[in-house]
Write a protein that binds this ligand. Structure first.
Ligand code: X6L
Ligand code: MG
Ligand code: MG
Length: 153
């Protein structure tokens, strides 16, 4: 039997009751072993929009990257996500960041997440969970977007 692996999902919300939305999503994630602090984060990309709350959750799981992507989509649907504008406001966005050391490069799924290293709203909570994680390309001096630690979810 293949051993379970550490996987990380990034969650963000900037529409509705952001903290409740994140709490309900985390409660619905199977095999969670750790939840980062909550960060209030400046929106990056897309139209002018309100600040996000972002977190990263760590799973210990045998699920494949594809199965985790399906989970992300289910969580977004459960939060009533409606796609209006590309990179626009959303009740919930859930992205697969890392799944052990697996590499996937498909049309709708790229793991590790291809742009995570540039974004403080991903990297800061991720490194809170595992400060020794090696993410190629991450440079705290050039990663974009201000983040403020609001404490536990
Ligand atoms: C140039 C062009 C530079 C585009 C950056 C960055 C686009 C990030 C989209 C970009 C660019 C994104 C969140 C967010 C979004 C979030 C915060 C995205 C997709 N999601 N900002 N912006 N938190 N703070 O979860 O990540 S839209
Ligand atoms: Mg995202
Ligand atoms: Mg997404």
């Amino acid at each position: 039997m293949t051993e379970p692996r550490r996987a990380y999902l990034g969650l963000g919300s900037n529409l509705g009751d952001r903290r409740i939305i994140l709490r309900e999503a985390v409660a619905a994630v199977p095999e969670v072993v750790a939840v980062s602090p909550v960060y209030e984060t400046d929106p990056v990309g897309g139209p002018e929009q309100g600040a996000f709350l972002n977190i990263v959750v760590e799973l210990e799981t045998r699920r494949s990257p594809r199965e985790l992507l399906e989970l992300c989509r289910e969580l977004e649907a459960a939060a009533g996500r409606v796609r209006v504008v590309r990179w626009g406001p959303r009740t919930l966005d859930v992205d697969v960041l890392l799944v052990g050391d697996e590499v996937v490069d498909e049309e709708d799924l790229t793991v590790p997440h291809p742009r995570m290293a540039d974004r403080n709203f991903v990297m800061v909570p991720l490194l809170d969970l595992d400060p020794d994680l090696d993410v190629p390309g991450y440079d705290p001096e050039t990663a974009i977007g201000a983040v403020t630690n609001l404490g536990p979810l």
